[in-house]
Write a protein of this length. Sequence first.
Lengths: 264, 150
Amino acid sequence: MHKISLEECSKLALETGRIMLQSGASTNRVELMMHKVCSGFGYDTAESFVTPTGIFFSLEDGENRISTRIKRIENRRIDLGKISAVSRIVNCLQSPTCEKTIHGESRNASFLKELQNIDKGKPYQAWITNLAGGLTSGFFCLLFGGSWMEFYVAFAIGVLVSFGLKYINRLPVNNFLSSALASALIVILTKSIDYYVPYIRLDNIIIGGIMILVPGLSITNAIRDTMSGDLVSGTARAVEAFIITVGIVAGSGSMLKLWALWGH
Amino acid sequence: MRPWDHLTLMQFAWAFLAIIGFSLRSNLRGWRVFFTGLGGGISWAAYLIILYYTKSMLLSVFLSIILVCIYSEIVARLMDTPVSVFVICVIIPLVPGRSLYYTMRAYLGGNSLEASRHIFNTLMISGTIAIAIAIVASATNLVMRLKHRF
């Protein structure tokens, strides 16, 4: 088998790990995938330590040469599509029968190209994500006992909040502040629409909007990481979930209070 | 509400559509969108049905999360996707966003008794979800290990 150099292999593994961790995969999954990449290219001794904010990775060949790399992960955003795409091509690497052509002499180059394609891959277009936000918010409003009139309002608010979230995520602020801003936006929009549409209850609409922001990813990853023995990243994810939750409550609560103080 | 009538079916449909929106927002594609939606619908419908028979909220949250986690372990293996992708989406209907909101509103209204009741609810539900996910994840690990050994 044509063997690639140590540096090449550790670069590929680190790139795989970076894409997965940035899209919100759980850390033991990232470690597993990086090890699979290395053993797919013929290096079996790899050590990795992955936390939600960084990757430490060290690869060794049989002759006491070691390649160690550290990668700091910033600007994470949830992208489950990328996680499943990367897992698929990494599993392809090991199976001989695969529709994607990661074989032959330059299989590292073609693997890197696949990775770059996935990394550059565009998410859905803006109007689809905005409508999906509306769908989520509107149907959660119905689920918790809203009427059809409230559904329409919640749908509109979901669309507007998804639109606003895109710009909030561009601001250089942390998790806490961005979820606080988003939930404050929900309350402002709901209270303003309340002027023009009669006979709606605001509770269900605001809850529908909040369900968009709920940290389901952090909760799930926190538990799954802790259960697989990664205590550091499990704790980190749990704190992240807590911070996001407090942000949601603080944002919507302070905005509700301000609105009440303003006297309407 | 009777558990098996059209109202439950409507609730199922609404949870289904809401989770489809959620999975589109997190950039899933193809049949995965449909299966996450189905899982979300199942989790909410199972919650309602078990709630009707047992009259206990925490038990129904626990059982429906276990059911839906097993569902996502199976579907994820069929579709060659990481399991957590499915679990993240399908637990969303049961995540206590509603109790959180009521906690905040009661707290703002100065009604601390009500607020502590709701925050207790929130914490208990999130703890139950955590335990249920943990049980299914460890059980699957165990089963997979036994399967590899024999």
